[in-house]
Design a protein around this ligand. Structure first.
Ligand SMILES: O=C(O)CCC(=O)C(=O)O
Ligand SMILES: [Fe+2]
Length: 316
């Protein structure tokens, strides 16, 4: 659970940095799961002649950089969600047991419980972000999972149905997140704002005249720590000016029964005091929920995940 001091910091500022929130073995298992996943992906790409065989590509970091350099999409196969837009029966995603254990980590859920109470649902708006050094990115790279992320509120990445949902974002550092390698930054107290207008392109973002960028506070955090923040807290991430990758996951939780804001993707109950029997999804069943969503969505229209129109007058 969070201390009274941590709680009042969160309530006052709209965010909280918590060191060592993820159990060491949970963190290690996530890293091992991803190392195997990416290694297998690279083997496939090499077999298909898409990635050159090179003995120096022998680490997670080297594989990410080589894949990016070769124009291969490492992001979607490693992401813990399906994408927006057109979904195919074989659109890749990753819902492995180590990630399930991260999402359901008791320590993490206890912190979330301090903020939104004991009836907790895993919200399906969740991503991996593995960001190569900015100097290695293509000039036209705009994806918020690869390059720095523009200023936004997470409330704006849900559909309208979740506008009054009580939720919290948990941003987990897998590598140390530093000023240099692109840690998160926030506008303190902005959780007291309403949802501001967002523009969808090139990234979902708040026009900068709507708030004061000079108020930004950078939030470095060590691997295994996390930043918890309110859905209205304005945040972005800094540029990765280091020479290594920066790796994080962003997870979200909402009060059970409140809309997730992304109803086409699966949610599940991760903690309940009132109805403990509803905490009944294991890692394999969780993966199956995503696989079933993929089958269903591949037969439907493109997935729309937010409400913002590119041609709005304030986006000019
Ligand atoms: O890590 C990033 O670049 C941004 C993450 C973010 O926007 C979030 O966790 O909600
Ligand atoms: Fe965000």
């Amino acid at each position: 659970m969070l201390s009274a001091k941590q709680l009042s910091q969160f309530n006052e500022n709209g965010y909280l940095v918590v060191d060592d929130i993820v159990e060491v073995q949970v963190l290690k298992a996530v890293i091992a799961e991803y190392e195997k996943l990416l290694s297998d992906l690279c083997t496939d790409w090499t077999t298909q002649g898409l990635l050159k065989h090179d003995k120096s590509i022998d680490s997670f970091e080297a594989r990410i950089r080589a894949a990016y350099d070769a124009g291969l999409d490492y992001f979607q196969p490693l992401d813990i969600s399906l994408p927006p837009g057109d979904i195919e029966p074989d659109t890749p995603f990753h819902a492995g047991p180590a990630i399930f254990n991260l999402i359901t980590s008791p320590q993490l859920l206890s912190a979330v419980e301090s903020l939104i109470g004991p009836e907790i649902t895993s919200n399906p708006i969740q991503h991996v972000r593995i960001k190569p050094p900015a100097t290695e990115l293509y000039n036209d790279e705009v994806r918020a999972h690869i390059t720095s992320t523009d200023w936004h509120q997470d409330r704006a990445v849900t559909l309208e149905s979740a506008d009054t949902t009580e939720m919290v974002t948990v941003w987990v550092a897998i590598t140390d997140a530093t000023l240099e390698n692109g840690c998160l930054q926030v506008i303190p107290n902005s959780h007291q704002f309403n949802m501001l207008r967002h523009c969808p392109s090139p990234q979902l973002s708040i026009p900068t005249q709507e708030f004061n960028v000079d108020d930004a506070v950078a939030l470095p955090v060590k691997a295994g720590g996390a930043i918890l923040f309110h859905p209205n807290t304005i945040h972005s991430s800094r540029v990765n000016n280091s020479d290594s990758i920066r790796w994080s996951f962003d997870l979200r939780y909402n009060v059970t029964g409140h809309a997730t804001g992304r109803p086409m993707f699966p949610d599940f109950v991760v903690r309940s005091r009132k109805h403990p029997e509803t905490v009944n999804v294991n890692a394999e069943q969780w993966r199956t929920l995503w696989q079933e969503a993929r089958v269903r969505l591949a037969a439907e229209r493109p997935v729309v995940i937010h409400r913002w129109a590119e041609d709005s007058i304030y986006c000019a």
